[in-house]
Design a protein around this ligand. Structure first.
Ligand SMILES: [Zn+2]
Ligand SMILES: [Zn+2]
Length: 370
């Protein structure tokens, strides 16, 4: 039986361990994918720190690009009917909705599924099909998995560059029904969700766009992607100072503010940055880091509209790949992959992401730093 190296998470704050798992026999509808790159998501850091409940042991990694190693004879097409074969590059969808709950059925929106399971954080690797996370040489996709062939013109690094952040932003923009040309936008956070939101705002014609974040490499990427102004958290550590800076740059508050930080404290600051009748889209605070004080009177007196958006559906990942096929020549998102690690360096990768050292970090099985 063939084997796959995998990286196993057992306990919070304990370094991940490289192990070897047997690769299960291919059954009907299943695909064995050889991992090319797996994104290290901010959520992986929250998982590693024990801030996300998970059935351990787990193989982390919920955003991956891989090559079809073996595909069951009954599965000849991807999830939009594109023919696929062994050797093709695919991006698979980690999440599996139940299709039997209120959100899945009555709302026809699987992102609110209460029974959602996902490769990389809610399937234990102690159970079949074992290879259920991207931090591994191989991933075993069951018949439930959606996946899309990556257009030939899209570099692998461009596809993974903003990982699950890109479809998250595409879905968030769908929730708020996009931006109007000329609308002013503030984006809190320059990680994958923030930078993806910037791409979406820019494509929608928003202007000016201000991105707040750190480190400088991410802000540099933001300017390359068309941010008109950036605010470095390290030079303006106080929320009040950032709100004043936004007012100064825009001559007032913003018509649309997007939270993409993952930190609950950002929300009251974001409300301060919203203009009268402005909109506030909150996507970053996924992990539950507890409550924070906000001033509801501001929401009332400014006629604000607040939107929350979680997860995304397979169609949003499909849209990302189509968007990359059309625009990556000028976006050059592959430049966002600034840090690369082998499986053995997975813990260091998570720590570096947590310390905001990277624009985007990826795990690439077999990679050795030169
Ligand atoms: Zn993620
Ligand atoms: Zn459901």
């Amino acid at each position: 039986m063939d084997k796959s190296k995998v990286v196993v998470f057992e306990k919070p704050n304990v370094p991940l361990e490289v192990k070897e798992f047997d690769i299960p026999e291919l059954e009907e509808g299943c695909i064995l994918v050889k991992t090319l790159v797996s994104g290290v998501c901010g959520t992986d850091a929250h998982c590693y720190r024990g801030q996300v409940q998970m059935p351990v042991p787990i193989i982390l990694g919920h955003e991956s690009v891989g090559m079809i190693e073996k595909i069951a004879p009954d599965r000849k097409k991807d999830s939009v009917g594109e023919p696929v074969k062994e050797g093709d590059r695919i991006f698979w969808v980690a999440g599996h909705p139940c299709l039997q709950c209120y959100s899945c059925v009555a709302l026809k929106d699987t992102t609110g599924c209460v029974n959602r399971r996902s490769y990389g954080w809610s399937y234990s690797c102690a159970d079949y099909p074992y290879l259920t996370g991207g931090y591994a040489e191989y991933v075993f996709l069951t018949a439930r998995s959606y996946f899309f062939k990556i257009p030939d013109s899209v570099p692998t690094d461009a596809a993974i560059a903003f990982g699950c952040g890109f479809p998250t932003a595409v879905k968030g923009f769908e929730v708020i029904q996009g931006v109007q040309p000329g609308q002013s936008v503030v984006i809190q956070g320059a990680g994958p969700v923030g930078l993806s939101s910037l791409v979406m705002a820019k494509l929608g014609g928003a202007s000016p766009i201000v991105v707040i974040g750190a480190p400088s490499s991410r802000l540099e990427m933001a300017r390359k992607l068309g941010a008109d102004e950036t605010i470095d958290l390290s030079s303006l550590p106080e929320p009040e100072a950032r709100v004043s800076k936004v007012r100064e740059l825009l001559g007032g508050e913003a018509e649309l503010v997007i939270e993409a930080t993952g930190f609950p404290e950002a929300v009251s600051e974001g409300i301060d940055m919203c203009k009268t009748a402005g909109r506030y889209l909150i996507m970053g605070v996924f992990s539950d880091l507890g409550p924070v004080p906000i001033n509801p009177s501001l929401i009332v007196r400014k006629n604000l509209r607040l939107y929350g958006s979680v997860f995304w559906e397979p169609k949003h990942l499909y849209q990302v790949l189509q968007l990359l096929a059309k625009y990556n020549d000028r976006l050059s998102l592959q430049d966002a992959v600034t840090h690369r690690y082998g499986l053995e360096q997975s813990t260091a990768a998570i720590e570096d992401v947590e310390a905001l050292k990277c624009v985007k970090a990826v795990i690439q099985p077999g990679y050795e730093a030169s």
